[in-house]
Write a protein that binds this ligand. Structure first.
Ligand SMILES: C[S@@+](CC[C@H](N)C(=O)[O-])C[C@H]1O[C@@H](n2cnc3c(N)ncnc32)[C@H](O)[C@@H]1O
Length: 249
C-alpha cells in the first residue's frame, strides 16, 4: 500500500465527492450506534479523510478523533467543535486510551489489501475498545464485484475555479480479491488557464462475510450485523457496499 496514496487524489477529493450525501450517511451511522446504546459518546474514526463524517457526527453530539494517513487529506480536514484529526496509519496507531466505538467509512477497510494490513487494523480497533465497544465499517462486497464487474467510468465536475475530469480504469486481480482502480485526473484551473494531468492507482480489496467473520473472530470481535450500507437491506449480488457492525468480546 503506497504511503503517498491520496496525496494527488486528495487535492480534488471534496469536489469529486460533492454529490455524496454525507449528512444522510452520518444519520445512518448515528442510528446504528444508538441501536446498540452508543449515543453522543467518544468515537475513533479510522481513515477520516477530509473530516466530513467526523464533523457531522460531532454536530450530533459525538466527540470524534480521526486518524488519517494522507497529509493532503489531513490538511483539508478542518477541526470543529467535537472533531479533530491527526495524521497516522490505522495499521499501527496507538492512542493509549479507549473509545465507545471505532468507525471507518467509505471503503477505508478495502484499502487494506493484504491479510496483515487488515489484521493490523482489526487489532488496532480492538485495542482502542473496551469489551462491548463497537467497530463499524463498510467494504466492497465480493459477490457484487463478481456479479457486476467494475467498468471504466468517467466523471466530470465543476466548481467556481476548477473543471475536473476523472477517468477510473479498473484492473481485476481475482486471485487476490483485489481491483486496482487506476485514476487519471485532468484538471483545468479556470482563473489562470493552467491544465494538469495526474494519475494515482487505488488497490481495493473486496470481502465476503465468512472471510470477515474469521478476521473479526481472530481479533476478538463478534459480528452483530452485515447489511447494505444506508438501506440496511440484506447483502446480495447487487450490494457493492456492505456495512459491518462488530462488537468487542
Ligand atoms: C475513500 S477515502 C474515505 C475518507 C473518508 N472516510 C470519507 O468518507 O470521505 C479512504 C481514506 O482512507 C485513508 N486510509 C487508507 N488506508 C489508511 C491507513 N492504513 N491509515 C490511515 N488512513 C488510511 C486514505 O488516506 C483515505 O483518506
Amino acid at each position: 500500500m503506497s504511503e503517498k496514496l491520496f496525496d494527488v487524489y486528495g487535492r480534488y477529493y471534496d469536489l469529486l465527492y460533492q454529490d455524496k450525501d454525507y449528512a444522510a450517511e452520518a444519520g445512518y451511522i448515528d442510528a446504528l450506534l444508538k441501536r446498540y446504546g452508543i449515543a453522543g459518546s467518544d468515537l475513533l474514526e479510522f481513515g477520516s479523510g477530509t473530516g466530513k463524517h467526523g464533523r457531522l457526527l460531532a454536530e450530533r453530539g459525538y466527540k470524534v478523533i480521526g486518524i488519517e494517513r494522507s497529509a493532503e487529506m489531513v490538511a483539508k480536514a478542518a477541526p470543529a467543535d467535537g472533531f479533530v484529526c491527526q495524521q497516522g496509519d490505522i495499521r499501527a496507531v496507538s492512542l493509549g486510551r479507549t473509545f465507545n466505538a471505532v468507525i471507518s467509512l467509505f471503503h477505508v477497510i478495502s484499502y487494506q489489501t493484504g491479510n496483515s494490513d487488515v489484521q493490523g487494523v482489526f487489532s488496532r480497533a480492538a485495542e482502542h475498545l473496551l469489551p462491548g465497544g463497537l467497530f463499524l465499517f463498510d467494504v466492497w462486497y465480493s459477490p457484487a464485484v463478481y456479479a457486476q464487474k467494475p467498468e471504466v467510468r468517467v466523471k466530470r465536475l465543476l466548481d467556481d475555479d476548477l473543471e475536473v475530469t476523472r477517468i477510473a480504469e479498473p484492473v481485476s486481480w481475482p486471485n487476490e480479491n483485489r481491483i486496482d482502480v487506476n485514476y487519471t485526473i485532468h484538471a483545468l484551473q479556470k482563473s489562470n488557464g493552467q491544465f494538469s494531468t495526474l494519475s494515482e492507482s487505488h488497490p481495493m480489496r473486496h470481502f465476503s462475510i465468512p472471510e470477515l467473520d474469521l478476521l473479526a473472530e481472530a481479533a476478538g470481535f463478534e459480528r452483530l450485523r452485515a447489511e447494505e450500507f444506508l438501506s440496511g437491506a440484506e447483502p446480495g449480488e447487487q450490494t457493492w457496499g456492505v456495512c459491518f457492525v462488530l462488537r468487542r468480546i
